[in-house]
Design a protein around this ligand. Structure first.
Ligand SMILES: Cc1cc2nc3c(=O)[nH]c(=O)nc-3n(C[C@H](O)[C@H](O)[C@H](O)COP(=O)(O)OP(=O)(O)OC[C@H]3O[C@@H](n4cnc5c(N)ncnc54)[C@H](O)[C@@H]3O)c2cc1C
Length: 387
């Protein structure tokens, strides 16, 4: 059985200096007020054009991102590949909303497919629908509101961008994952992804949707869409995550007086997450999954399920995925044992990936035990090396 306690394997790629740096970074992020004030200050400093790019580049950016461009990520990809950990390049520029920005994201995603086509260490591509389509437009579509003629044209352009990415992914046979986002645009996203799956997943799962198991309706949706895939003859691709927008979801539901889509408690999210893993393994012939999680229990659960359902460790229908700079003890130990393991490697100009970095800093303070766990592991490895 894989052990996540082996820090030698987990941090093999980190020099002593890099390890110490990571230690101080997680220690700083562990202070919630500092982490949240730091994020706001950084945003303000960028808007005032203060020269803070250098500091961010040498700290959080270096920990959580691969580089400012795809080419700059090459070293990181190699470094991971030495330990058999693969890469998913993630153009993490967020909060942009012009047609120019949407075209740029589409081009970056198409280029990432070209890059992956030439590099066996990149088994997937990924993008967010809000990277290529306007949020407000998706919200209107989500609620079935009538679009104006101009909006219809805008929506057609967005669909065209998405189709272009999916078509290229199919042509190269490189699966592409589509991230899950806020629940008030997720029905629109699901609709688009389902349409793409019907076209491109006829022979294998090329298009992957994402299920956020912190929503109480997702397990039912998973089963429903699986029946649909059987009925309509296509393969299902699913990334399974717990979900990143819990506070925002709860706040909006409270403010607008509707029932929150979020589970009643963390246990319920965990139970549904593991149930979704089980459902996928039971139906592995028609479903490919990528377990995007930093949860040790769920990762071990998936290993057990793979044994139970006699799924090979390197079966391309099952991948484990973590974010760069987090939970290396899970990624590197899984990869060492022969399981398919990938890291999301975000990239983009420092200023533009700031929202992503702020989310990581917040995640590392708000999730109980997460920072403590990273810190303990790094500390244990520093001690081990001294011995
Ligand atoms: C490779 C990868 C891809 C990802 N892609 C996406 C994506 O497309 N969309 C997206 O939204 N997120 C995505 N995420 C982020 C992911 O949702 C968070 O990393 C995740 O929520 C952290 O949970 P965990 O599974 O690591 O486990 P844990 O740390 O055990 O769980 C923490 C999570 O549990 C849930 N939770 C916490 N408290 C409660 C509560 N009181 N009630 C109900 N639920 C609770 C929340 O989702 C919280 O984030 C991705 C993560 C990875 C690693």
């Amino acid at each position: 059985m894989v052990s996540f306690n082996n820090t030698e394997i987990a941090f093999r790629s980190k020099s002593n200096a890099k390890l110490r740096k990571a230690y101080y970074l997680f220690k700083l992020m562990g202070k919630p007020t500092l982490a949240s004030a730091g994020g706001k200050l950084a945003e303000l400093a960028f808007s005032l054009r203060l020269p803070i790019g250098g500091i961010i580049r040498k700290t959080v950016f270096q920990q959580f991102c691969g580089g400012e461009s795809m080419e700059q990520c090459a070293l990181k990809i190699e470094e991971l590949a030495v330990s058999n950990v693969k890469t998913i390049l993630d153009y993490s520029v967020e909060g942009k909303a012009s047609e120019k920005d949407f075209n740029r994201t589409m081009k970056q995603t198409l280029a990432s497919l070209d890059f992956a086509h030439k590099n066996e260490n990149i088994p997937f591509a990924v993008f967010k629908i809000t990277g290529v389509a306007r949020f407000g437009l998706l919200e209107k579509v989500n609620y079935g509101k009538t679009l104006t003629e101009t909006e219809e044209q805008e929506y057609d352009r967005a669909l065209h961008r998405i189709s272009k990415i999916c078509k290229k992914a199919a042509q190269f046979k490189i699966p592409v994952m589509i991230d899950a986002e806020e629940s008030w645009i997720q029905d629109a996203i699901d609709g688009i992804v389902e349409d793409m799956m019907k076209v491109y997943n006829k022979e294998a799962a090329i298009i992957y949707n994402t299920l956020q198991m912190y929503r109480h309706d997702r397990l039912d949706y998973f089963k429903r869409i699986h029946q649909d895939s059987k009925h309509n003859g296509y393969f299902l691709g699913m990334k399974l995550v717990r979900g990143a927008y819990m506070e925002k979801e709860n706040e909006r539901a409270l403010k607008n007086g509707y029932e929150t889509p979020i589970q009643a408690n963390k246990d319920a999210s965990d139970t549904d997450y593991d149930a979704a893993l089980k459902y996928a393994c039971e139906n592995i012939h028609g479903i490919s999954i990528c377990a995007g999680t930093h949860n040790e229990k769920s990762s071990l659960q998936l290993i057990k399920l793979m044994e139970l359902y006699e799924i090979e460790k390197n079966d391309p229908k099952v991948y484990f995925a973590q974010l760069l700079g987090m939970s290396d003890h899970i990624s590197f130990n899984l990869a060492e044992d022969g399981f398919n393991t990938v890291k999301y490697v975000p990239y983009g100009p420092v200023k533009d990936v700031l929202p992503y970095l702020i989310r990581r800093a917040e995640e590392n303070t708000s999730i109980a035990g997460q920072t403590g766990r990273e810190l303990n592991l790094i500390q244990a490895e520093i001690k081990r090396r001294k011995k």
